[in-house]
Design a protein around this ligand. Structure first.
Ligand code: UDP
Ligand code: MG
Length: 328
C-alpha cells in the first residue's frame, strides 16, 4: 500500500442506495472534512444493480478521499461490512449505514471518546427508536435479549452496526478464522475496552429498507448457531422428556388394563407415536442446522469476492489473493 495511512476510515456498505447517495455524500463529507485530519471513505458497493456504481464513480471524481470497493455479487450487509473493515487503512474505522439512519455527525463524538478515554470500541447506541416501526422495535428487542444472553453483559443493548473500532480490533477480527462473523456479536466478544455514544436513530433518508423479515430472521439464526451449541442440548432434553412421557403412558396403559378398559388404549398409542415422531424430526432438524454450518465451513468458500478496489487501481486483485485474504 502506497497511500499514507489516514487517521480515520469510514466504511459504508451500500446495496442499491442510488437514491440516498447524494444526500449521504454531502453530509458525510461535510462532517469528515471538518475533522481536519486525513480520512478515507470506503464505500462497499454490495453488488448493486441500480445507479449506485455510477453514482460512486461520479462522486469519486470530485472527492479524492472516497474509495470504492465493489463486490462481485450481493453478499449481504454483514459480508459487505467485513469486506470494508478488513481493507480499511485508517487508525480508527467507523462503520455506518448508507441511509443516514445513523447521523454522520456522531462520528466526531465517537472519535473524541475513543481518544479521550483510550477506547478500542465505541458503540453507537440507539437512544430512541420511536421512528422505527413497532414491529421492527419488538423484533429488535427480542433479538438483543437473545444475543445478550449468548454473548454476555459486555454486549451493549441497542447497538447495531454503527460503531468505531481501533486498528487493534480490526487486526483481531482479521486474525479470526471465521469467514463471515456476525460483527455485532463478535466485536463485544473480543473484549476490548469499549464505550458508548447515544444517538437518535433517524428515518431512512431515501430508498427502501433492504432488511426484510427473512433477512432479520436469518441474522438471528446465524447469531444463535454461531455462538452457542445450546440448541443441540434442547434436542437432548426433548428426547429425555419424550422418554419420560412414554413411561407415564405405559403406567396409564397398565392401569387401564387392570381397570378392564383396554380398548380405549389406542389414543395413547397414537399420541406416543406422534410425539416421538415430532421429537425425532426436531432433533434431525437441529442436527441438520449444525451439519450445514460444518458443510459451508469445509467448503471454504469466501463470504465475499472483491471485484475491484479503487485504491488498487482498476483491475481486480487475483482471486487467489482474495481467498488467502479471507482465510487469514
Ligand atoms: N446493505 C448491504 N447489502 C445488503 C443489504 C443491505 O450492503 O444486501 C446495506 C444497506 O445499503 C445499508 C445497510 O446495509 O447501508 C443497512 O441496510 P438497511 O438500511 O436497508 O437496513 P435497515 O436499516 O432497514 O435495518
Ligand atoms: Mg437502514
Amino acid at each position: 500500500m502506497t497511500a499514507p495511512e489516514p487517521a480515520l476510515s469510514v466504511v459504508v456498505p451500500m446495496f442499491n442506495e442510488a437514491a440516498v447517495l447524494p444526500l449521504l455524500a454531502a453530509r458525510l463529507r461535510g462532517v469528515l472534512d471538518g475533522l481536519g485530519e486525513a480520512y478515507e471513505v470506503v464505500a462497499v458497493d454490495d453488488g448493486s444493480t441500480d445507479g449506485t456504481a455510477a453514482g460512486l464513480a461520479a462522486l469519486r471524481a470530485g472527492w479524492p478521499e472516497l474509495r470504492v470497493l465493489r463486490l462481485r455479487r450481493n453478499s449481504g450487509h454483514q459480508a459487505a461490512l467485513v469486506a470494508g473493515l478488513l481493507r480499511a487503512r485508517g487508525g480508527y474505522v467507523v462503520s455506518i449505514d448508507a441511509d443516514l439512519q445513523d447521523p454522520p455527525e456522531v462520528i466526531v463524538e465517537m472519535l473524541r471518546r475513543a481518544r479521550a478515554d483510550r477506547l478500542d470500541v465505541v458503540y453507537g447506541v440507539r437512544a430512541d427508536r420511536s421512528r422505527d416501526s413497532r414491529f421492527k422495535r419488538w423484533t429488535a428487542a427480542g433479538y438483543y435479549r437473545l444475543v445478550r444472553h449468548l454473548v454476555g453483559a459486555q454486549m451493549p443493548a441497542q447497538a447495531g452496526d454503527f460503531r468505531l473500532l481501533s486498528r487493534a480490533v480490526v487486526e483481531a477480527l482479521r486474525a479470526l478464522p471465521e469467514r463471515s462473523p456476525v460483527l455485532r456479536l463478535v466485536v463485544p466478544w473480543l473484549g476490548f475496552a469499549s464505550g458508548e455514544v447515544a444517538y437518535e436513530r433517524r428515518e431512512r433518508a431515501a430508498g427502501r429498507s433492504k432488511y426484510p423479515l427473512s433477512r432479520m430472521a436469518g441474522l438471528a439464526a446465524e447469531s444463535v448457531t454461531s455462538f452457542s451449541a445450546a440448541p443441540l442440548r434442547v434436542a437432548t432434553w426433548l428426547g429425555l422428556a419424550g422418554v419420560a412421557l412414554c413411561g407415564v403412558l405405559v403406567v396409564v396403559a397398565v392401569l387401564a388394563w387392570f381397570a378392564g378398559a383396554t380398548v380405549t388404549g389406542w389414543p395413547s398409542l397414537y399420541v406416543a407415536i406422534l410425539f416421538l415422531g415430532a421429537v425425532q424430526l426436531l432433533c434431525l432438524g437441529l442436527l441438520g442446522e449444525y451439519v450445514a454450518r460444518i458443510y459451508t465451513a469445509v467448503q471454504g468458500r469466501p463470504a465475499y469476492a472483491v471485484a475491484s478496489d479503487s485504491a488498487d487501481g482498476e483491475p481486480a486483485r487475483p482471486d487467489a489473493a482474495e481467498l488467502a485474504d479471507s482465510l487469514r
